[in-house]
Design a protein around this ligand. Structure first.
Ligand code: B4P
Length: 185
């Protein structure tokens, strides 16, 4: 099973992603975590990415696609993988479609976490990560609306989209996700 987690910042991709990989034995690939790893290691890419992430903007498609291409070439993705926070633009989605075609690893489905922006603001202000202040969150939500939300239609058109109500108790949300994934086979 190869899946994508799609949703606004703070919609629970990272939180539910941990539970999904533990239950289904998938390789967890979070572009946010990969980028924060580069920042922590102080690499040139990390230094460039930090400014962009702190402002709430998206790191360039070229950089992120390059990172994902490298990660998907590693053997631990063989049992199946879960992309968390990627793709985030139509260009990334098209790049991923081409990459997966060339690797002969089709996407099984895309889980879209549906959470309203008011709830997201409350969650992220409570989390206190470096990019979780009110101004940056507003920018991230604007970026999501203009650049990432069009992916909902992209994957719906491919017949891959599975919508999950992302508000409520963590275990209840996970049960909804499990039901969708069981349905994917
Ligand atoms: P990410 O690391 O992907 O982070 P996120 O979208 O902000 O959060 P996520 O949805 O994973 O929320 P979480 O479960 O943690 O991105 C960070 C930055 O990296 C981006 O802004 C961008 O700059 C860069 N980036 C990453 N990928 C990129 C790409 N593909 N292209 C370009 N740039 C990229 O949950 C958030 C909080 O809510 C937590 O505190 C959690 O405890 C809480 N929570 C979760 N579920 C809850 C529930 N049901 N009820 C109450 N609280 C809940």
């Amino acid at each position: 099973m190869n899946i994508v987690l799609l949703g606004a910042p703070g919609s629970g991709k990272g939180t539910q992603g941990e539970k999904i990989v533990a239950k289904f034995g998938l390789c967890h690939i979070s572009t946010g975590d990969l980028l924060r790893g580069e920042v922590a290691a102080g690499t040139p890419l990390g230094l460039e990415a930090k400014k962009i992430m702190d402002a709430g903007d998206l790191v360039s498609d070229e950089i992120v696609l390059g990172m994902v291409r490298g990660r998907l070439s590693k053997p631990d993705v063989e049992p199946g993988f879960m992309l968390d926070g990627f793709p985030r633009t139509l260009a990334q989605a098209q790049g991923l479609d081409e990459l997966l075609d060339s690797l002969e690893k089709p996407l099984s489905g895309v889980l879209f976490f549906d959470v309203d922006y008011k709830e997201i603001m409350t969650r992220l202000l409570a989390r206190k990560r470096a990019d979780d202040n009110e101004e940056t969150i507003r920018t991230r939500l604007d970026v999501y609306e203009t650049q990432t939300a069009p992916l909902i239609a992209h994957y719906r058109d491919q017949g891959k989209l599975r919508q999950v109500e992302g508000v409520g108790d963590l275990d209840e949300i996970f049960a909804r996700i499990t039901a969708e994934l069981a349905d994917l086979g």
